[in-house]
Ligand binder design. Sequence first.
Ligand SMILES: NC(=O)c1ccc[n+]([C@@H]2O[C@H](COP(=O)([O-])OP(=O)(O)OC[C@H]3O[C@@H](n4cnc5c(N)ncnc54)[C@H](OP(=O)(O)O)[C@@H]3O)[C@@H](O)[C@H]2O)c1
Length: 246
Amino acid sequence: MSRHVVITGASSGIGAACARQFHALGDRLSLGARRTERLKDLATGAFTHALDVTDRASVEQFVAAAIAANGPIDVLVNNAGLARGTEKIAEGTGEAWREMIETNVLGLLEVTRRILPHMLENKRGHVIVIGSIAGHKAYVGGGVYCGSKRALQPICEAMRMETLGTGIRVTSVDPGLVETEFSIVRFRGDQDRAAKVYQDTRPLVADDVAECVVFAAGRPAHVNLDSIVVMPTDQATPQMVHRGGR
Ligand SMILES: NC(=O)c1ccc[n+]([C@@H]2O[C@H](COP(=O)([O-])OP(=O)(O)OC[C@H]3O[C@@H](n4cnc5c(N)ncnc54)[C@H](OP(=O)(O)O)[C@@H]3O)[C@@H](O)[C@H]2O)c1
């Protein structure tokens, strides 16, 4: 049966790959991001709408428009997120911290709190959160990004407790290194620096993560995958990456 799948940050990377894969399964999609022009050709027939998760009015409009277009929401993929810079705590100015926390934590909460009540009312729904292995292990220069992703763990745990008995599922998909625009955004457009992150190693591609999301969403209603941690074979921790051949 066709599901209504809402994906935040669908204009690039993992979100766009999720959109393509759910679309291939025949699901009804509502896709949001700030760069709306990028949403248009992703999936024929998908509902697309501007979304800035850091702007409460934008979130409100997006959720209302998605429900009006496609009906009750079955799956929410909370994917919109970013890292900014690699400043150590002592070097930070606060601007990048706010952007990461407002997007990755508060933005996710603002979207979720507008959709979860509908899921509770309909007695069905699946909230999928794109976390990160950065939420499991910190690294130098990543303190606030890691903190923003670690924060998603208790948020997911609490949601599981708060929705217990309602049939709602909560899954966190936590990837390691994925080659997307993530590093270009992190290094503010510095393509050479971004390319070095993936140099001489084989990172995941967005579709590898999207497959985990689609798999979790496709389990029978009584099965909840709490968390999927997915890394390239050549990665052991956020900072331990094998480079060069075998
Ligand atoms: N790549 C990795 O190595 C990796 C590893 C672990 C976890 N992750 C997580 O995976 C998620 C997706 O990242 P990605 O790798 O696919 O990076 P990406 O290619 O840069 O995509 C990020 C997406 O988030 C959207 N976004 C950012 N800020 C937003 C906002 N304020 N409102 C709405 N949408 C916003 C962007 O859309 P617009 O700019 O058009 O708004 C874009 O579609 C993020 O949560 C990231 O933290 C990535």
